[in-house]
Ligand binder design. Structure first.
Ligand SMILES: [Ca+2]
Length: 180
């Protein structure tokens, strides 16, 4: 029969093995202080800037500010991750902090996409499930993809604002990890 001491030691070992740091592999971890690879694209009446006034972690965030609304446009910061191993079937988790100032309409959203060399394989977004608008301080949002599709050669991260918006959105502390 197991002694109390051995029983307690066994529990300690179990707790150690469940340490989250052991289970996740970081693909992207960005505070926007030294951030190559981000591109701004817009089909809306918006401006995208590296902002040094509003941030969650010093000294910068990525900003999208609406000059005016446009019904069918949108704008986004994006990062394409390539040249790394995307193990098929594992869970991808994107986290981003978003601050909004006077954001109306459909608001901001955060999205994740897996592509092969020739096609879009999977897409997940906060749009339609989590409304990010109004005036709110930085809050973390999460997008999960339950399984990286077979054949994934690049992963895109999108920080988006709908063309229907007025106001400003700030994105900071963006991380992408997969679960081993
Ligand atoms: Ca920052």
């Amino acid at each position: 029969m197991m002694s109390v001491r051995n029983y307690l030691l066994a529990i300690v070992v179990l707790i150690s093995c469940s340490d989250d740091d052991e289970k996740y592999v970081t693909l992207l971890d960005d505070d926007f202080d030294n951030s190559p690879g981000w591109q701004y694209t817009s089909t809306a009446n918006h401006v995208g800037t590296l902002d040094a006034v509003e941030f969650s972690s010093p000294q910068h965030s990525l900003e999208i500010t609406a000059i005016d609304t446009q019904a069918d446009g949108f704008s986004f910061w994006s990062q394409q991750l390539t040249s790394m191993d995307f193990p098929e079937g594992v869970k991808l988790i994107l986290r981003a902090k978003v601050k909004t100032q006077n954001v109306t309409g459909e608001g901001a959203f955060v999205a994740l996409r897996c592509d092969s060399n020739t096609a879009v394989l999977a897409f997940e977004t906060t749009q339609g499930t989590t409304l990010i608008n109004g005036s709110n301080d930085f809050k973390e949002y999460t997008v999960e993809m339950n399984a990286i599709p077979q054949g994934t050669t690049s992963v895109w991260v999108f920080l988006i604002m709908s063309g229907t918006c007025t106001g400003s959105a700030y994105f900071d502390d963006v991380s992408l990890v997969y679960k081993r």
